[in-house]
Design a protein around this ligand. Structure first.
Ligand code: GLU
Length: 256
C-alpha cells in the first residue's frame, strides 16, 4: 500500500523545542520496518520552525515572518540531518521535497512534483516533504502540514494517510476536561455535527489542530483515501493501524 504519514511538531519535539530522541528513533525504526514489509511510504514532517527555535537558542517561537522563516531554514537542515542519520541506520535513502501552494496550484509544477515523487518511490527512496517555509508568503502558503499531507495523498493516489498528533483522535468532547468524552473510532462523512467537534479536541504544539485535520479528512474522503488520526506518542500504533486494529479515529467510506 502507498501510505502518507504526517508527523506533527508535538510528536518530534519536547515542549522545549528540542528533539524527542526516544520518540524519533522509535518512529524511524517502525517506519523503516513498514517500508521493509513492502509498503511505499511518504513522510510529511513538520518541526522545521520548532527545531530552528531550539538550535538557535531562541526562548520562544518567533512571531514575525522573517524570524519564523529563518528558524525554518535552520531547523529544516537539522530535521533532514536527523532523518538521514536514523533512516540510514536501516539502509533507507531519504529525499527532501519542499513545496509551496504554487507548486500544487500550477498544473505544470504540480505534475513535475508528482513525477518526482513517483520516481523517488520507484527508486525505493523515502520522500520527506515539508512546506517551503522560507519562501511561502500569504499568497502561496498552504499553511499547515495536515492540508499539505492530504494534497500529497490525493496527488499520488495513496491508499492511506496517517496524521500523527498529540491527541488520540476526534472526541465527542474535550477529553482534558470532560470525563464523559468519547473517542470516535470511525467517521464516514464530514457533516456539520462532526465539524462542530473540531473545537473540542484540542491539540497543543502544532500549527493545525483539529480543524485542519478535518479539512484533510474531507480531501481524503473525496478521493477515496482512508485517513487515520492517531497519537504519535507511541510509534508502534502504526503497526496496529496497518493490522486493522482500532487505533485513533479512522475516516473511511469503506464498509466494515
Ligand atoms: N512547516 C512548519 C514547520 O515545519 C509546520 C507546519 C505545521 O505544523 O502544520 O515547522
Amino acid at each position: 500500500m502507498r501510505i502518507v504519514v504526517k508527523i506533527g511538531t508535538s510528536t518530534l519535539a519536547h515542549p522545549s523545542g528540542h528533539l524527542n530522541i526516544r520518540r524519533v528513533e522509535s518512529l524511524c525504526r517502525v517506519i523503516s520496518d513498514i517500508k521493509n514489509a513492502g509498503h511505499e511510504i511518504i513522510l510529511v514532517s513538520s518541526g522545521a520552525i520548532g527545531m530552528g527555535v531550539g538550535k538557535l537558542g531562541l526562548r520562544e517561537k518567533p512571531k514575525d515572518m522573517p524570524s519564523k522563516q529563518a528558524a525554518a531554514a535552520v531547523g529544516q537542515c537539522e530535521l533532514m540531518y536527523i532523518y538521514d542519520k536514523l533512516f540510514g541506520e536501516y539502509h533507507h535513502t531519504v529525499a527532501q521535497l519542499l513545496i509551496t501552494g504554487d507548486d500544487t496550484a500550477n498544473e505544470t509544477r504540480h505534475q513535475n512534483f508528482i513525477n518526482t515523487l513517483n520516481r523517488l518511490l520507484e527508486l525505493g527512496a523515502l520522500p520527506i516533504l515539508n512546506e517551503n517555509d522560507t519562501v511561502a508568503t500569504d499568497e502561496i502558503v498552504i499553511g499547515d502540514n495536515d492540508t499539505l499531507a492530504a494534497i500529497v495523498a490525493e496527488s499520488v493516489r495513496a491508499g492511506l494517510l496517517i496524521l500523527l498528533s498529540d491527541i488520540d483522535g476526534l472526541y465527542t468532547a474535550d477529553p482534558h476536561t470532560d470525563p464523559d468524552a468519547k473517542l470516535l473510532h470511525r467517521v464516514t462523512k464530514i457533516d456539520g455535527a462532526i465539524r462542530s467537534l473540531a473545537g473540542v479536541s484540542v491539540t497543543n504544539q502544532g500549527t493545525g489542530g483539529m480543524v485542519t485535520k478535518l479539512r484533510a479528512a474531507e480531501i481524503c474522503l473525496r478521493c477515496g483515501c482512508d485517513m487515520v488520526i492517531a497519537n504519535g506518542n507511541n510509534p508502534a500504533n502504526l503497526y496496529d493501524i496497518l493490522d486493522g486494529k482500532p487505533v485513533g479515529t479512522t475516516f473511511t467510506e469503506k464498509c466494515l
